[in-house]
Design a protein around this ligand. Structure first.
Ligand code: NAP
Length: 639
């Protein structure tokens, strides 16, 4: 796999170009046209608003789509005839503003700085560090340790390598990929568009599916590590079990468990890239140990267990179950699905679909098309999503605002349309909480068509106990099962577990957090100098426009800036000020109280036992990008 391939010259005839254009995403095509021709008047008035509920081809009429394709043909002909010398200018800020405002359906002046990093040709990497660490005696012995070779750890590794900063990555597994290595249950795929669930510095024009499968994504991260020479920096089968801050030495002292025993290591800066969603949560149900058949969690898939001919029970109806259940139903003799809280589902016809050849061709050949297509996916999260509570509405457990109610109506209609012939099922699956309180899952029709099968049963009575042969529900019924699969999620709130982390004056990170993790910008914690968390507290985006990887890009840029700051000032310790940290977290908590997940009483992994969300970012994706562009030295005690 090669990344960042420059757009290729082409000599295709007009009919071939027309065929490619039939597969174009028209909003992306129109934005590309406006950009390359410098003429935003090609964008049809009164269209283009990219709300949270994406419409296929932006809701453009058939005539508008045909016009876009016709103009696209002229542009492609021009580019073909001009050959490699065809000019492909960067958009100027005003052009960016006009195109982006069209896409957002509102003035988007605020997005221009971000977009000037996004709308670039594949071979450009505007987020790469523009400095290099000097090789000087003062820097001798300086090294960064990254814990984890999942997506965030790999990106941090690349950026440190680009800045010439010595680093090593410790990874407990045998391979890179993190959660995408560990989760390989049938049906596992990304439920964020592939073009967004990839790094802006490693674009891939030929994703095979709009939401690619786990193996393709794992292959992407492996290729990323290979292409950028990261494997040589990674120590596999190496688990950091503890980290202790050494004030005198201004470094972290690590214990790393390896096959050869526990090694002592040193880190000038420590980066935790251990993820949130990789410690399986098994439900606290009586009898779990007594079940006599095979049982396992989705993230610990047991290939040795044959499901064919078996009566299989799946507990849970979250994002993992949603992908797994339709696949298991194809294999098992009978399938029981235990649902506690039904999820809201978002119609996503492209989910599970192949990217047509023409669309892939355009990404590889039409300058900036891939970037504008990516922007079209990113756009909905950039100004937030419809889950802000409107106190005047007034909010209820039905909807928290008028926009939230409108979204609910669209999603409700989509569910009803699929279950017109199954009224009983309809009652069972209709959520009774505001959209956005829980993670909204992708719906391409597979979930309900599976639940409607004769050999599939949805059970909505609460599970009372697990028995040697199955599960007993609150209505007293016993449901026999040969195999039990826990699609019951992760201990997401246990950030950095099971590591022991000891900061200044011997303070323990987990004691400090007391089950309620907080950090400044999701990254730094007072009393734990030179420690940076990636995908740390309150960095989970619910807006469905960015992705975890987008947040990692922001956080890694900030990390690099912190390292640069230390070096520029000849300093060794960077410790976030308590008041800065506290003010920031108070702001997070105030905003969370005004979001559907902070407001509702429905139980979710977004909120911990203390009733607080250590998980979600309550603002727009744009705000995180803005907040992490550079370190403000005044936020830190630097010594
Ligand atoms: P989850 O969203 O936490 O879902 C766990 C499910 O198990 C819920 O339906 C939960 O019910 C149910 N459950 C837990 N204990 C139960 C019990 N005692 N009885 C009955 N039901 C019980 O976990 P997940 O599906 O693994 O997803 C976690 C997160 O991982 C997602 O939100 C997403 O961020 C990420 N993820 C991403 C992808 C992707 O991109 N492809 C795929 C999978 C997961 P309640 O809802 O009532 O608690």
């Amino acid at each position: 796999m090669t990344f960042n391939v420059p757009v290729q010259p082409f000599d295709a005839d007009d009919d071939t170009l027309r065929a490619h254009l039939r597969d174009a995403d028209c909003p992306a095509l129109l934005m590309t046209l406006a950009h390359i021709t410098g003429d935003p008047s090609v964008l049809p008035e009164g269209t283009g608003a990219h709300g949270w509920l994406h419409r296929t081809n932006g809701g453009l009429s058939a005539e508008q789509q045909a016009a876009a394709r016709a103009q696209g043909l002229h542009l492609l002909q021009r580019l073909r005839d001009a050959g490699p010398s065809a000019p492909t200018p960067q958009p100027d800020p005003e052009l960016l503003r006009r195109i982006t405002s069209w896409a957002m359906g509102a003035d988007a002046t605020d997005l221009v700085p971000l977009l000037s990093e996004e709308i670039v040709l594949a071979e450009r990497d505007p987020r790469a560090p523009r400095w290099r660490m000097a090789q000087s005696p003062a820097n001798e012995g300086f090294r960064v340790v990254i814990i984890g070779a999942g997506p965030s750890g790999l990106l941090a590794a690349l950026r440190l390598a680009q800045a010439g900063v010595p680093f090593v990555v410790y990874e407990k597994n045998h391979e890179v990929g993190g959660t995408w290595l560990e989760n390989r249950y049938p049906g596992c795929r990304v439920d964020v568009p592939s073009v967004l669930y990839s790094f802006s510095c490693a674009t891939k024009p030929d994703w095979s599916e709009y939401f690619c499968r786990q193996d393709e994504l794992l292959g992407y991260f492996q290729a990323f590590a290979k292409e950028f020479g990261l494997y040589e920096h990674i120590r596999f089968h190496s688990e950091v079990t503890s980290a202790r801050w050494d004030e005198q030495g201004a470094c972290w002292r690590l214990a790393v468990r390896t096959a050869e025993g526990t090694l002592e290591q040193r880190a000038s800066v420590l980066v935790s890239a251990v993820g949130q969603l990789n410690r399986p949560r098994l439900p606290d149900l009586p009898g779990r140990e007594r079940f006599t058949g095979p049982s396992f969690h989705t993230a610990r898939w047991d290939d040795s267990v044959q499901l064919a001919g078996k009566r299989v029970a799946v507990i849970g109806t979250g994002a993992s179950a949603f992908q797994l259940v339709p696949e298991v139903a194809k294999e098992a003799r009978e399938l029981l699905v235990f649902q506690r809280t039904p999820p809201w589902m978002r119609p996503s016809p492209g989910y599970g679909a192949a990217v047509p050849a023409g669309a892939r061709w355009l990404s590889a050949h039409l300058p900036y098309y891939a970037a504008w297509y990516r922007f079209a996916q990113l756009a909905p999260g950039l100004h937030g999503a419809p889950w802000t509570v409107d106190r005047g509405y007034p909010p209820t457990e039905r909807a928290v605002s008028a926009a939230n109610e409108e979204t609910r109506a669209v999603l409700t209609e989509a569910i009803q349309a699929q279950l017109a012939d199954a009224p009983e099922l309809l009652t069972q699956v209709m959520p009774r909480y505001p959209v956005g309180s829980k993670r909204v899952v992708r719906d391409n029709g597979a979930w309900f068509s599976t639940l409607k099968r004769d050999d599939v049963l949805l059970v909505t009575d609460g599970i009372e106990e697990i028995t040697p042969q199955g599960l007993r529900t609150a209505d007293g019924r016993h449901h026999e099962a040969d195999v039990l699969i826990y699609a019951t999620g992760f201990q997401a709130e246990r950030f950095l577990a099971p590591m022991t982390v000891t900061g200044r004056d011997g303070i323990d990170l987990h004691t400090t957090w007391d089950g309620d993790a907080r950090a400044y910008l999701g990254m730094t914690v007072p009393g734990f100098p030179n420690l940076f968390c990636l995908y740390g507290p309150n960095t989970n985006l619910v807006g469905q426009g960015g992705s975890v990887l987008y947040f990692s890009e922001c956080a890694v840029r900030y990390l690099l800036d912190a390292v640069r700051l230390l070096h520029r000032r000849g300093m060794r310790r960077l410790d976030v000020r308590q008041d800065v940290h506290d003010r920031y977290n108070a702001r997070i908590d105030r905003a969370t109280a005004e979001r559907a997940w902070g407001w509702t009483s429905v139980r979710t992994w977004y909120v911990n036992d203390k009733g607080r969300s250590p998980q979600n970012w309550p603002f727009s994706a744009l705000e995180y990008w803005d907040a992490t562009r550079a370190v403000d030295p005044d936020d830190y005690e630097i010594s």
